[in-house]
Design a protein around this ligand. Structure first.
Ligand code: FAD
Length: 441
């Protein structure tokens, strides 16, 4: 990868010299681009920044409807009052690569046989290469009464920019009673986040002297607390020591705001098919998620709705000039910003190989992903692993399954800086080189 990365620089000058794409100004948007990137989130910007820099002015368009770019991993800290909401966001205009054309609209549909995307405003944009990075869809409406109760009377979620600050407010206002935390059976982004907020809330209630009056229950639609045993085993010890009850194979189905009850579908075991109803005083919901509808309905999707790409090269399995990465892709690994650091390097290498005609050296993604499992306001377990092998892929030469302050500080103070200063600018390929440097497995 590093040889290929350094080749970016020389290719950049070459591209600027030979580019046939005319320089155009913001007010004159062309309808055709060398590369169209769908989505200006973590994945889209980390790719678009390098491509725009390499291919030159306005060769790259980013289709992105939002005025604001969020660093969502910070929302665990925002929801527990350890960071402000403002620290998690930046105006899209500030992070959009200078040399890219920002098309402030949504993609409504794809027409990969004609190399075009159709925008919500009806315009058609054509491309030589397409990169799909539109994230995952949060399906709030799939839980009865959730949309109308979110942010009210103790019901909250760190998974929405609209409610994440309510989590902090409701944790601090809580006076004891039943606290429920949910995790759905669907794929979600950052599979650790539904439980991280439980550890942080429990710590606050303990410090506030109301722990004895508080029952904490975690409901997961899955059969394990975390996919990788090395970390799951430590998390189970923490739950036991801190009296956190784990309920497996239970999916939140309904909220009854008048009686303050949560209704769960039981997915396995003797009670399979029945429901379980519990009163709540505090309810942190992780909504079911899935592939975005406009991708699911397109020729780009696989049977589950994700953009159907090769898990190593990130190239589409049917359309050679289409790539995808991040949460909307079919890559069978845990959906995180950390995973995108490694994916974006691979995608850029292979796409630039296509453009410059030297696709002999194919870069391959190994499923790397990471989840900083915050277990308190001064400690965390830094899970790093390959979703392809299920094996840990740790960066540091110590056992990362143990709670540590150093990895907490790294996650809370250093990684956000790396994100804003390097990742969205296309200059952060993840920790692989440090892993080699430290000689860790
Ligand atoms: C509470 C929480 C905690 C998390 N914690 C961590 C963590 O600790 N570590 C970690 O690595 N990851 C974490 N994540 C996950 C991480 O934020 C995501 O995996 C990452 O943001 C995915 O990047 P993405 O670009 O695929 O999607 P996003 O960053 O969500 O971006 C998708 C973009 O596509 C745009 N878009 C959507 N539809 C369209 C359309 N039709 N046309 C054009 N554009 C469109 C959206 O507006 C958005 O800007 C967390 C997430 C949450 C919510």
């Amino acid at each position: 990868m590093s040889a290929r990365n350094s080749a970016f620089q020389s290719k950049r000058f070459l591209a600027q010299a030979v580019s046939t794409t005319p320089k155009i100004h913001d007010q004159a948007k062309p309808s055709s681009y060398k590369v169209v990137v769908v989505g200006g989130g973590s994945a889209g910007l980390s790719v678009a920044s390098t491509l725009a820099e390499t291919l030159g002015n306005k060769s790259v368009a980013v289709v992105e409807p939002s005025d604001v770019h969020y660093y969502q991993p910070l929302w665990t800290f925002v929801g527990s009052g350890l960071k402000t909401f403002d620290e998690s966001k930046m105006a899209m205009s500030e992070v959009m690569p200078e040399k890219a054309q920002w098309i402030k609209d949504s993609v409504a549909s794809f027409n990969p046989t004609k190399n075009t995307v159709v925008l919500a405003n009806g315009e058609s944009i054509s491309y030589d290469y397409l990169v799909v990075a539109a994230g995952i869809q949060t399906n709030w409406g799939k839980i009865k009464n959730l949309p109308e109760t979110l942010g009210k009377n103790g019901v909250t979620s760190n998974y929405s920019a609209q409610s994440v600050q309510k989590t902090d407010e409701f944790i601090k206002a809580f006076k004891g009673g039943n606290a429920l935390f949910t995790m759905p059976s669907t794929p979600i982004k950052c599979a650790g986040a539904p439980q991280k907020i439980m550890y942080l809330a429990e710590e606050q209630w303990r410090k506030a002297g109301i722990r004895d009056q508080t029952k904490i229950n975690y409901f997961t639609g899955l059969g394990k607390i975390f996919a990788i045993d090395k970390y799951a085993n430590e998390l189970l010890k923490i739950c036991k020591a801190r009296n956190l009850n784990i309920n497996y194979f239970t999916d939140l189905a309904e909220i009854r705001p008048d009686s303050k009850e949560a209704v769960f579908n039981v997915l396995a075991g003797d009670a399979k098919g029945s429901t379980l109803t519990l009163p709540y005083d505090f309810l942190h919901v992780t909504p079911p998620m899935g592939a975005p509808d406009f991708i699911r309905a397109s020729p780009l999707s696989n049977a589950d709705g994700w953009v159907d790409v090769n898990k190593e090269t990130l190239r589409h399995n049917k359309f050679d000039n289409v790539y995808a990465l991040g949460d909307c892709s079919s890559l069978p690994t845990s959906k995180t910003a950390a995973a995108i650091t490694a994916q974006s390097a691979v995608l850029k290498s292979n796409l630039l190989g296509d453009i410059f005609g030297d696709s002999k050296e194919v870069a391959k993604y190994d499923g790397y992903t990471s989840c900083p499992l915050v277990t308190g306001s001064d400690k965390l377990i830094l899970a790093e692993f390959s979703g392809y092998t299920g094996q840990p892929q740790e960066t540091f030469p110590f056992d990362q399954s143990k709670e540590r302050f150093s990895t907490y500080f790294l996650t809370k103070e250093i990684i956000p800086d790396i994100y804003w200063k390097a990742m969205v600018k296309g200059n952060w390929d993840g920790p692989a080189k440090y892993r080699k440097l430290f000689g860790a497995a």
